[in-house]
Ligand binder design. Structure first.
Ligand code: ADP
Ligand code: MG
Length: 259
C-alpha cells in the first residue's frame, strides 16, 4: 500500500468550477513522481487540495494517507501526518525569524506525534541540526536570524523551503514549481537538497512546467497533467520527450496564448 493515494480526485473552486477532473496517483517513500503540465492545467489546485486549502472543494474521490482518508483533516493535521507542501508563492512572515519559524514548526510536529503533549526539541540539538542542514543547502548562516521570506531573493526563499523540509522530515513532500525563478546554480542546490532527502523515509511529488529540475532530481515516474487530469504516464524518458516536443501533442485543442 502506498503512503499517499489519490483516488479519482475531483476539485472545484469556490464558485463551483471544476479544475481537477479525476486524478489517480499513488506515492510511496523512496519514489519521486514528476507531475508536468502546461500553465493553467490545475497542478497547483491539485497541490492545494492535497494540503487541505479551504478555497478548494473536493467534490468526488478521496485522498488517503496510510490507507486512511484525510479529507476531513485541516492543513496542520495533514502536516503532522507527514505531508509537506512547498508553495509556489511563499509568503513573507514579518517579525518571525527563519530560526524561530523552523523551531516552532518542528515543535508543533513533535507535539502532535507525542499525542498532544509538549515535547520541545532541545535547543542545542535543534541548532546543530539546522546548522548542518543549512550548510548542505548552502543557506548563508546569517539567514537564520532574518525575518522569514522578507526581502528574500527567489533562490533564498526556495532554499529556506527545502531547509524547512529537511527539518520537518515529511513522508511525502509536494514541491510546486520549486524551480521557478531559480538561476541554474540555485536550481542545482535546491534539487540536490530534495534528492538527498528522498529515501526510505520520504517520497516526493515534483510539480513542474519545465524539464530542467528533473535533470537533477531524476524522477522514476512522470505524469503528464493537462486539462485537470493525468493524460499520459511513463518513466524519465517522457520528461525528455516533453522537453523536446512540448505539451502540444497532449492538448486536445490548440489554446494559443495560454498564460
Ligand atoms: P497550474 O498550477 O497548472 O498552472 P492552477 O491550478 O494554478 O494551474 O490553475 C488552474 C485553473 O484554475 C486556472 O484557470 C486558474 O485560474 C483556476 N483557479 C485556480 N485557483 C482558483 C481559485 N482559487 N479561484 C478561481 N479560479 C482558480
Ligand atoms: Mg501552478
Amino acid at each position: 500500500m502506498a503512503v499517499l493515494e489519490i483516488k479519482n480526485l475531483h476539485v472545484s473552486t469556490e464558485d463551483g468550477t471544476e479544475i481537477v477532473r479525476g486524478v489517480d496517483l499513488a506515492v510511496s517513500p523512496g519514489e519521486v513522481h514528476a507531475v508536468m503540465g502546461p500553465n493553467g492545467s490545475g497542478k497547483s489546485t491539485l497541490a492545494y487540495a492535497l494540503m487541505g486549502h479551504p478555497a478548494y472543494e473536493i467534490t468526488e474521490g478521496d485522498i488517503l494517507l496510510d490507507g486512511e482518508s484525510i479529507l476531513e483533516l485541516d492543513a496542520d493535521e495533514r502536516a503532522q501526518r507527514g505531508l509537506f507542501l512547498a508553495f509556489q508563492y511563499p509568503h513573507a512572515v514579518p517579525g518571525v525569524t527563519v530560526a524561530s519559524f523552523l523551531r516552532s514548526a518542528v515543535n508543533a510536529i513533535r507535539k502532535a506525534r507525542a499525542g498532544g503533549e509538549d515535547d520541545p526539541v532541545k535547543v542545542a540539538d535543534f541548532r546543530k541540526e539546522v546548522q548542518a542542514a543549512m550548510e548542505t543547502l548552502k543557506v548563508p548562516k546569517e539567514m537564520a536570524g532574518r525575518y522569514l521570506n522578507e526581502g528574500f531573493s527567489g533562490g533564498e526563499k526556495k532554499r529556506v523551503e527545502i531547509l524547512q523540509m529537511a527539518m520537518l522530515k515529511p513522508r511525502i513532500a509536494i514541491l510546486d514549481e520549486t524551480d521557478s525563478g531559480l538561476d541554474i546554480d540555485a536550481l542545482r542546490i535546491v534539487a540536490e537538497g530534495v534528492k538527498r532527502l528522498v529515501g526510505p523515509d520520504m517520497g516526493a511529488v515534483v510539480i513542474t512546467h519545465y524539464q530542467r529540475i528533473l535533470n537533477y532530481i531524476e524522477p522514476e515516474f512522470v505524469h503528464v497533467f493537462v486539462g485537470g487530469g493525468i493524460v499520459v504516464e511513463g518513466g524519465p524518458e517522457l520528461a525528455h520527450k516533453l522537453e523536446a516536443e512540448g505539451y502540444e501533442a497532449f492538448v486536445p485543442d490548440p489554446v494559443g496564448g495560454s498564460v
